[in-house]
Design a protein around this ligand. Structure first.
Ligand code: 8X3
Length: 223
């Protein structure tokens, strides 16, 4: 497991390791830091060098305003994480996946990877890039028989909106009021479904929204 926040990872590691026959190797780094990504992967102990699955989940939205009112720092953070971070990690993990007999990459995209909504400009552009890179990798890794899948969630009640609204918890809570949003487990279930498909089956793309959401524009809220 990987992430920036080591304490959270340590807690998760302890939780997972309660499960029989499980083991966790923890690497804490920021996907935006290319050399940190490369040295983290290079530091893998010998018995952790068989990698079958890479899930590119790190990503964020920061700010939601028209371009002329946008903050360059927010744009950089989204592009550096959602696009460049995915590139750094994928390239560093590819040599391991190529050695595997069951290599599989799952990119966590978004409905914003195929739709654009007001104030979503740079976030949507970054997720359109994830969509393009998923398709590109599927072409490039065809000969290596590495499967590339993309999951594109709609509204999921995670830290997403608190981050988007720069820590404004009330504003973030409003986003998920009046309907039942997706949660992290819903997306994990989809990932598991993709990974449990037979070796000759590649699920290329799954878009998943709450039942109350038709697309980026249409949400059936009761309040
Ligand atoms: C999350 C979905 O609609 O908030 O990527 O952009 S949305």
């Amino acid at each position: 497991i990987t992430g920036r926040r080591k304490e959270r990872l340590q807690k998760l590691k302890a939780e997972i390791e309660k499960i029989e026959n499980s083991g966790v190797h923890l690497l804490s780094f920021d996907v935006r830091d290319q050399s940190a990504v490369e040295s983290a992967l290079a530091s893998l102990p010998e018995n952790w060098r068989n990698i079958d699955v890479l899930i590119n989940n790190a990503g964020l939205a920061r700010g939601k305003s028209f371009l002329d009112a946008g903050e360059a720092d927010d744009w950089n953070e989204m592009i550096d994480t959602n696009v460049k971070g995915l590139l750094y990690v994928t390239r560093a993990v590819l040599p391991f996946l190529k050695k595997s007999k069951a290599g599989h990459i799952i990119n966590i995209g978004s409905i914003a990877g195929t739709e654009v909504y007001p104030g979503g400009n740079v976030y949507c552009a970054s997720k359109h890039a994830v969509n393009a890179l998923s398709k590109a990798l599927r072409i490039e890794l065809l000969k290596d028989a590495i499967r590339v899948s993309q999951i594109r969630p709609g509204l999921a009640d995670t830290e997403f909106s608190v981050v988007r609204y720069h820590g404004d918890a009330d504003k973030a809570a409003q986003v998920y009021k009046g309907f039942e949003a997706l949660n992290a487990k819903d997306i994990a279930r989809v990932a598991l479904f993709i990974l449990e498909s037979p070796a000759h089956v590649c699920i290329n793309d799954i878009e998943v929204t709450p039942t109350a959401q038709a697309n980026a524009y249409l949400l059936n809220k009761t309040e």
